[in-house]
Every structure is written in C-alpha cells, then in structure tokens.
Write a protein that binds this ligand. Sequence first.
Ligand code: 4NP
Length: 158
Amino acid sequence: MLKVLFVCLGNICRSPTAHGVFEYKVNQRGLAERVITDSAGTAAWHVGKAPDSRSMAVASNRGYQLDHLRARQVRPEDFHQFDYILAMDEENLANLKSMAPDQYSATVSLFLPFAKGLSQAEVPDPYYGGDKGFEDVLDMISTASDALIDYLNKQHKL
Ligand code: 4NP
C-alpha cells in the first residue's frame, strides 16, 4: 500500500480538496487497493471541522464530495506512516520540516511540481479571498493529482 498525505495550513481548504480529488481519481483509475489518501494541517485551529463550505461547493459542482472529511493536525508518526507528505506551499513545507522527527522515512515535498506544465509551484491560500480563488485551487489540484498518479504508477509500478 502506498500512503499519501496532503498538507496545508488549516486542513479545511486546500488539503481536503487534494484529498477528495486525488482519492476520486485513484479510485477511477482502479488503484483503490494500492493507494491510501489522507490530509492534515500544520495548524490545529480547525481540528474536527468539515472542509470550508466554499471548498465543498466548488468540489461538489465538479462531482467531488468532501463533506465526510474532518480536519486534523499533522502528527509526528505521519512521518513514519506515510510514503509521501505533500505540502501546498513553501510555508507549509517549512513548517512540516520543523515538525518532523529527527529520522523519518516519508518523502516530504511540494505537491504542485508533480505537474510539469504548471507555471507555479505553490497552491495559494484561498481562505481570505473570493470564489475565483477556490476554483483556481481546484484546477491546480486536479492537474497535479493526475500527474501524481502518473508519477506513482511509474515509480512504484502500481
Ligand atoms: P487551508 O486554508 O490552509 O487551505 O485550509 C486556510 C484555512 C484557515 C486559515 C488559513 C488558511 N485560517 O487562518 O484560519
């Protein structure tokens, strides 16, 4: 089993979107028995909450359900239990590295660069912006999710 953890700041906008979209695509490609998906935040502010209603609405319009997801914070054991821990932006990545135990097995990196054609490396925080920001987040995450599945397929012969 390959385990992938998506990480943002609050675990209510970007990483639950990545969680739901990537998991949906994994299932569609017949890889549900091979890949486990989860998401978490570097901050604890929203622990236990459902995703932001704007993230759920944009996802639902495109056929992705996020309603069942609940926010949690990154835990030290995540660095041993997951194969890939993928951050939405550089700040999340820096926070992850400061939360990591001395030794760990996970590959910790940015998520977006798995999609080679995208002009940016970070998924911008949509929380304080308008609806367009949430649409853009979903577009980027959708493209990078396809690219990540292709990468994992090649790398791990799923
Ligand atoms: P996320 O967005 O990191 O994509 O879940 C945010 C959610 C909440 C806050 C900031 C970003 N906040 O400041 O509460």
